[in-house]
Design a binder for this molecule. Sequence first.
Ligand code: SF4
Length: 315
Amino acid sequence: MWYSNKAPIIERKYSKSIIHHFKIGSHLGLTINPYQGCQHRCGYCYATYKWSPNFYDKIYGKINAAEILESELNKWKNTSMLPVMISSATDAYQSAEAKFGITKKCIQVLQQYHIPFYIFTKSSLIERDLDLFSKYSDDCFIVWSITTVDEKLRRIIEPGTPPASRIFETINKFVESGIKCCVNIDPIIPFITDGEQQIRNIVNKCQQSGLGNISGSVLRLRYDIWPRIREVLELIDLSWAIKEYEQIYGFQEPILHENNLTVDERYADKVMSSLKYEIFNRNIEFGFEKLMEQISRMKQECPVSLQQCRISEFL
Ligand code: SF4
């Protein structure tokens, strides 16, 4: 259950490997997940597959991640690498990081080996490592995923995350320090966070922070995500929208297959056009492809074959 006041159990574990490929459509990248599970408890989380039933409640810190990373990078010595994403299936700066510092150690290893990287987070704890990123600002960027600036709503849909106001304080510090930053409005959740004014409110905050890049996309639905979204709809008195979901995602309850359902094109176009309108009006760039180009030092494929790596799902 995503909505719980219970503190998660936090444990250590030893990993055999740490750097893996992920795939989105035809795009391949490299990722590190220093933790398994996530205390941020987002109802829409894509990383909650059936093989991780305690995803929100049992957090494993991969205590040997930095050592494993160093030995993996040693094998790749003198070869170029794609920028590494931290992280695809957890938040590397959830509270457990304050206790373990695993992400920080991994970043120090990446910097030691001159590997460019980018971080996806919803946390303000990342501020602790501001100096680390400042020294490496040509070769990294940070993406904060923000779904809403409505505090009442945030407490329901992602109760373990910091309030957006706190995250924007952190973003301000990073922007002022000259670190490349982006806000990812993702997922935009139909009938819950997709209002024009709701999106405008986030974009306004980004503009006030001096952010140059904003990205976003509409929720993908899956058999295990839908019951949580349905419950959110009921909690915020939007039960009427349940039928609308069946229409715009084209399903009938229960969802029996494990594939992601994408929202219908007309709906997606409408929402994304309104986001892009807000962004372009403020001279902000959509997406973070240019940031990626700036930190990518190689154009050829990573020398490690896909067979050698697990392919993880993009978060
Ligand atoms: S922060 Fe990311 S990994 Fe953690 S619960 Fe939210 S969506 Fe899932």
